[in-house]
Design a binder for this molecule. Sequence first.
Ligand code: ADP
Ligand code: ZN
Length: 604
Amino acid sequence: MKMTQSPGSILRDTFGYASFRGLQEQVIEHVLGDQHALVVMPTGTGKSLCYQIPALSRGGSTVVVSPLIALMHDQVSALQQLGVSAAALNSTLTSAEQHQVEQSWLAGDIKLLYVAPERATSSGFLRRLGDTQVNLFAIDEAHCVSQWGHDFRPEYLQLTRLWETHPLVPRLALTATADGQTQREIVQRLQLEPGRTFLGGFDRPNIRYTIQLRQQERGQVQRFLAQQPEDVSGIIYCLSRRKVEEMAQWLSGQGYRALPYHAGLDNATRQKHQRMFQLNEANIMVATIAFGMGVDKPDVRFVMHLDLPKSVEAYYQETGRGGRDGLPAEAYMLYGLNDAVTLYQMMQQSQAAPEIKQVERLKLRSLLGLCETVRCRRQVLLEYFGDRCEPCGNCDTCLEPVASWDATTAAQKALSAVYRTGQRFGVGYLSLLLRGQLEPRMQSNGHANLPTFGVGKELSDKEWHSVFRQLVAHGYLEVNMEGHGGLQFTARSAAMLKGAEQLQLRRDTQAKAASAKALGPARVSTPLFERLREVRLRLSRDQSVPPYVIFHDSTLYEMAEKRPRTAAELRQISGVGESKLARYGDIFLQALGGDPGTPGDGQL
Ligand code: ADP
Ligand code: ZN
């Protein structure tokens, strides 16, 4: 097909970016060579450009299949702001609107058409598709084709019908989450052979990871929020609907603009809350994991977990919703032994097959290992995904190394207490026993005479809790399945009890606020930055689009720092392309105190 503009010049002129990131250029080149591909790159690393630039490089239109209707709308607005003709076809349009979109598309006036999967596989759409010139099929959230995944969409299996009439058009599948098995499934089901798989690195260096012991939850939340610049957007994940409601209400009472989001709210309310969050009318979303795949807000500055997620994968996916714009973001999690107990119990009650439960237990154990590690969090995370890095300098353990202590003897005492009491009792009871604190129950259980009674006076109740918690995290104990939080042995317990292993544990400290070390210079808000933000907010309200569709925070920061005075200077800022310069150049130059009329700025 004929090339109309080179990828590099589209990147600069239309998107206003100076250079490609990561694998973008390779993927684009590959697709423009009419080859199929699967792209697996973490959220926020720039997958969209991999199909948007090819779409604009040649004649015809690109069909983008995406299951996320709310997101489609924003993508289309963002492209329109860039002066690109884009449109969406989904169930939220009236039939008159649909007709209009289809007519412009058939007339060749639309470069990027976003389509929901059920629409894409309808016979009407397929018929019209046969009559149009298509330059690329992009299948977003491609893992939805996997029947074994949580996001399976049956319509994805039908997508092959799209290329029946266009067999030579390249197909690009994209996803942020796909292990080896899922990758093979995508390649096979979306017929990407012969083709290539591009795997981006897993690291999200702009995210700072902090994991703390839960002490006084609300106090910790309060201290964390107090450190954030005013009005930044964040997500707070909780396990239960009730906690979501309570937390949202409490935060509102504290003067934050917080909203709840969970599956118990009706559809309209959920959509309204998501929209308000997207438009920055609310800045904190308190949510269960029901607030998930459709979250595409690039300026989420923190993701907080007030309860443990199910696995390291879930944690990484959820925290990955922060900092998509590349600016510093925080992942802050609180946990305690109770979380593990609750999760073990939920697993036990689920109807899943025993093999699945076993996998879930192992996953939970990896997550607990991450919580209790004395190593760099990022190293532990990346190793989990088969990737690696140096100690990162941007996680809590790197910033404030934790003290560890030789807990071998303590572990033996703790395990012995579990064993001699019949592997049925919880931490509270075991700690009292070790410290020799007689309880009526103990006497009737005959435990007051055990050799373990009172052998652990050197540690406080808190310290014993810490030992037990970490023994669970390291797999030396597990929560038994009777549902009362009792602890029992694992395959590893005996070796430790016999003294065949050494154990170093974290020394718990009083929880401080998350590290106060600044997240990097880009975070510093100045009066000028605030002024630019106000201008942006006004523009976004006028057009009913999210502020970041006008300019990203990173663009405003760069403007505030470099203070461009002419259109030509403004055009050098990352994120300012031709279309945005024409639309907003004057307004922002004015806010920056420059003179928009300066001669020599030929662009305007
Ligand atoms: P993904 O789809 O992988 O989650 P996006 O495509 O939404 O990520 O990109 C994340 C952010 O990075 C977007 O705000 C996008 O505009 C920005 N971005 C993408 N590529 C570049 C680039 N080459 N230079 C600067 N910013 C980029
Ligand atoms: Zn680190």
